[in-house]
Design a protein around this ligand. Structure first.
Ligand code: AMP
Ligand code: ZN
Ligand code: FE
Ligand code: FE
Length: 281
């Protein structure tokens, strides 16, 4: 079993990296990718928790914004974690998430909703990449909503009047940076239309030309039609097809391994990194 997209409490998941690795070991996974939002801070403890029979593909889910303002998530896997340019980009995005959260809090307050940055800080694990799920948790704590899911449905979704985007690289810039750092780039949940505005089929050729390696086809936020459309694009552009859970611990309903990547697709993806960077115990 190969799951190439998961989160820990280094961003908006709820398992620690060690807990997630232990879960993957216990459930008999062969490959687990850890892809926290805009950070590599979980890599070290994940690696320390590793035991035989599991391979770790360390990475990050990089928040991107197209010039048209469409939010895109780019999975970078198997890149050199010490790459300065990459770490600078990730840090800039994390920094940009702070004024963005403050702005969203201001808008929520103006709408009569009680929440402060202190509330958000109190529910966010120290050092974790700040995201809307932490604002959601603060809203739950304050009794405004009952769950993260309700917070997103009612107040925090991409089309909400309280939504604010944060600074982020373009998908092309993120892809070329991942590749310059030796890794591989897989576009996450590209047709998840329920989340908001998404790319169109024509947008994939420029991404392929920037160095895109794969498309995440099998993801719970894609219906069958969306999966078929993405698989066709992947075949036309000769890109790897992946499937993954986007596991967030108890932060979302997604269960580890609910969508998987085929061995042959994984082998091809791995071979496209500039060196062997999969970690084995
Ligand atoms: P942000 O990166 O701050 O824009 O927040 C986006 C994150 O919110 C994504 O990682 C999603 O996993 C998470 N998210 C989106 N919708 C929901 C939902 N309904 N319930 C829980 N988390 C969600
Ligand atoms: Zn997330
Ligand atoms: Fe995502
Ligand atoms: Fe994700």
């Amino acid at each position: 079993m190969i799951d190439l997209h998961t989160h820990t409490d280094c961003s908006d998941g709820t398992d620690s990296p060690a807990q997630l690795v232990n879960k993957a070991l216990a459930e008999g996974f062969s490959v687990l990718a850890i892809t926290d939002h805009d950070t590599t801070s979980g890599w070290h403890t994940a690696e320390q928790a590793l035991r035989p029979n599991l391979s770790l593909a360390l990475g990050a889910e990089i928040s991107c914004l197209t010039t048209d303002g469409i939010s895109v998530h780019m999975l970078g896997l198997l890149f050199d974690g010490t790459n300065a340019e990459m770490q600078e980009m990730l840090e800039n995005t994390r920094d940009g998430r702070i004024p963005r959260a403050l702005k969203m809090i201001e808008l929520l307050n103006a709408g009569g909703i009680k929440i402060s940055m202190a509330d958000v800080e109190s529910v966010k694990p120290i050092g974790a990449t700040l995201g809307r799920p932490h604002i959601a948790d603060a809203l739950v704590k304050n009794g405004v909503v009952a769950s993260r899911d309700e917070a997103f449905t009612d107040l925090l979704h991409n089309e909400s009047p309280y939504y604010v985007a944060h600074l982020a690289p373009t998908p092309e810039d993120a892809i070329s940076m991942i590749r310059r750092a030796g890794g591989v780039a897989v576009i996450a949940h590209a047709f998840a239309s329920l989340r908001g505005k998404v790319l169109s089929a024509d947008d994939f050729l420029p991404l392929k030309n920037a160095g895109l390696n794969g498309i995440e086809v099998n993801h719970r936020d894609h219906n069958n039609e969306e999966r078929n459309a993405l698989a066709q694009i992947a075949r036309e552009l000769d890109l790897v097809i992946t499937g993954a859970s986007d596991y967030h611990g108890t932060g979302k309903l997604n269960s580890l391994g609910e969508n998987l990547t085929e061995q042959a697709q994984w082998e091809r993806l791995e071979s496209e990194a500039n060196q062997r960077r999969v970690i084995r115990a």
